[in-house]
Each structure stands twice: as C-alpha cells, then as structure tokens.
Design a protein around this ligand. Structure first.
Ligand SMILES: NC(=O)c1ccc[n+]([C@@H]2O[C@H](COP(=O)([O-])OP(=O)(O)OC[C@H]3O[C@@H](n4cnc5c(N)ncnc54)[C@H](O)[C@@H]3O)[C@@H](O)[C@H]2O)c1
Ligand SMILES: O=C(O)C(=O)C[C@]1(C(=O)O)C=C[C@@H](O)C=C1
Length: 304
C-alpha cells in the first residue's frame, strides 16, 4: 500500500501520540515518523523503545519537511506549540491535533497557521488513565470514534486523507462543528470525569472515619471511579478551563437531577427512583447493543 503520508511529526510523545505512531506502523500507513517531547526524559524513553523512527530535541526540527503534524500536548499548551512550529511548517502540510476540547484549540492554534497549511482539528474518543511515552498501544483506536472538526472551506483532499489515516488506525470517523463537539463531550466525558474526581475525593475524606475500609472493600463501581480519577491532572485541568461553558451547563443539569434523587430518597419515593433507574438502564443497554462498549468487562451481560 502506498503510504498516506511521507513524514508524520508528533509534538508531544505521550499516550495518544505513542498509540498513533504504533497504529500507523501496524497499518503501514506512513513512510516515516518523527517526534519530540518537552522533557528530555520522555525523548530518551521514546528513542529507547523506538516509539517513532526519529526523536528530535525541538518541535521546529520535528515538523520540518513533515506532510502531517500532530499536536499531542495538553490543551493549554497548544497555543505555545503552534506559535513555536508555525515558521517551520512545510508548504501544503496538514496540521491536526488530538485535544479533548475543540473550540478553544481552534481559537488558540488557528491564528498561527500559515495560509498554505491545512489545519484540521481532531479528537480520538479513546484513552486510558495512563500517560507518557510508555503508555501507548497500537490497538487504542480500534472500533472507537475520532471526531474531526474542520472549518468551512477545508481542502476536501486533505480532509479525506486524514480521515483515511484514522480509519487505517482502526477508528470510525465523524465530522462535527466545534461547539457541538464540546457540548457532547461535556456530557459523555468531561462531566463524568469531574464526578469521578469528586467521588474519590469524598471517599478519601471519609477514609479518616472508616480507616482503610474504603479501599479494602471498594466495589466495582468505586474502582471504576478511581481508575478515571487517576487520569493526568494537567490534561484534565486544561479540559475544564477550556470547556468551561459547556461543562458548567451540564453540571447545572446534573446537580438538579441529583437534588431530585436526593429528595426522592428522603421522601421514600421508590417509584421515582425505580423509574429513573429503569430509564438509565435502557441507555446502558443501548450503548452495548450499538457495539460501543468493546472493552468493558462482561459482568453477566450475556445473561441480561
Ligand atoms: N489521555 C486520554 O485519555 C486522551 C484521550 C483523547 C485525547 N486526549 C488529548 O490528547 C492530548 C495528549 O494527551 P496524552 O494523554 O497523550 O498526554 P500525555 O501526558 O501522555 O502526553 C503529553 C505530552 O505532551 C508533552 N507536554 C506536556 N506539557 C507540555 C508543554 N507545556 N509544552 C510542550 N509539550 C508538553 C509531554 O511531555 C508529553 O510528551 C491532550 O490534549 C488530551 O486532551 C487525551
Ligand atoms: O477511558 C478513559 O480513560 C477515558 O476517559 C478516555 C476518554 C473518555 O472520556 O472516554 C477521556 C478523554 C478523552 O478526550 C477521550 C477519551
């Protein structure tokens, strides 16, 4: 197969960049990969494990001659990285990113992009609580969605090529407008993370009362929360600071619902609770039936 890109440059060499580099290699999708990271330690690890074909000391060096540049740093760092690489981008290159928020990145990166470059923002809806160059794995994007948020007038051939690259890495691709992406992700990813962080914080406070029983007897539900709450603090700080409006909107709705459930418990309103849990169970089953829950444990699913 002819490679889709000749030279792909990653700025940032953590979980997502590493997984992309490995998935590209698995699919024989690109001729050459090059990457750089801010810390010398990450660069040394990436070179040692052969995550990309070449590791460079600077982002400027990495992007030179690249026909695809992928920004894989925390959302709050995109601005500085874009400014840094802009003068070194090759004519006709595509620049994309993998940030969890889209409108803020477009606002931060867009102004630095030269006219002769195609800027096509993106977001793979796949991840883990692990970070750094050793965290990546080639299968991360298999059967998951990647959302691209191109602006009006995007070059159709550049969009098609990037779409085929993500498909080659195992993902299904959808196009969305950036504010809609940010609202959808506030519901499906950002607010759930905040709730998990909060629940684990509450349990930690309670630990003083219950000694270590919270950890010792932590059931599956709480364990899932602790996995999510172990995610990278810098990444998630930036997500909430840059997707502020959508997250606050969803949190407002969440607290209203929580108060309604709290009232039902206080009043002994079993009917309300039962009806609510029946509705949410149907949502879970819908996700499974749509084949969107490929990595969750079975938990007796087949018997339901
Ligand atoms: N982890 C996930 O589940 C997940 C999923 C989808 C998208 N994303 C997004 O992908 C991006 C990267 O996330 P990741 O999980 O690969 O992170 P990571 O922590 O594994 O890697 C981040 C990389 O960025 C570099 N970096 C950090 N701060 C920097 C700065 N100020 N300037 C330059 N480089 C810097 C780090 O050295 C590292 O190489 C983030 O924007 C995140 O929102 C993450
Ligand atoms: O499974 C996880 O660890 C994740 O939280 C991954 C997850 C998500 O919420 O689904 C987290 C942030 C992303 O931007 C995309 C994916």
């Amino acid at each position: 197969m002819t490679p889709l890109y000749q030279r792909v440059a990653f700025v940032g060499l953590g979980l997502i960049a590493g997984s992309m580099a490995l998935a590209m290699r698995r699919g024989g999708l690109v001729a050459e990969t090059v990457g750089t990271a801010r810390s010398a330690e990450s660069r040394a690890i990436a070179a040692e494990i052969g995550l990309v074909d070449h590791v460079t000391d600077t982002a400027a060096e990495a992007v030179q001659g690249a026909d695809l540049v992928v920004l894989c740093v925390p959302v709050g760092a995109m601005d500085a990285v874009a400014q840094d690489i802009a003068p070194h981008l090759a004519q006709g290159a595509t620049v994309t990113d993998v940030g969890s928020v889209k409108q803020a990145i477009i606002d931060a990166v867009g102004p630095y992009m030269p006219d002769n470059v195609h800027f096509i923002p993106g977001h793979p809806l796949a991840g883990t609580e692990h970070s750094g160059p050793r965290a990546g794995f080639a299968e991360l994007f298999d059967n998951r969605w990647t959302i691209l948020t191109p602006q009006d007038g995007v070059d159709a051939a550049a969009l098609d090529r990037l779409t085929r690259l993500w498909q080659g890495m195992g993902a299904q691709v959808d196009v969305m407008d950036p504010p809609h992406h940010d609202l959808v992700l506030a519901v499906t990813s950002h607010t759930p993370h905040l709730i998990a962080y909060t629940m684990v914080g509450v349990a930690d406070d309670l630990r003083r009362v219950t000694d270590s029983e919270v950890i010792k007897y932590s059931a599956a539900g709480f364990r899932d929360f602790t996995r999510i709450a172990a995610s990278d603090p810098t990444m998630w700080r930036d997500v909430f600071l840059t997707n502020k409006d959508a997250t606050l909107e969803i949190l407002g709705r969440f607290t209203e619902e929580l108060f309604a459930l709290q009232r039902a418990i206080r009043r002994g309103d079993g009917e309300h609770l039962h009806a609510y849990f029946t509705r949410t169970r149907a949502i879970r089953r819908g996700i499974i039936d749509a084949g969107q829950d490929t990595d969750a444990p079975d938990f007796g699913r087949s018997k339901r």
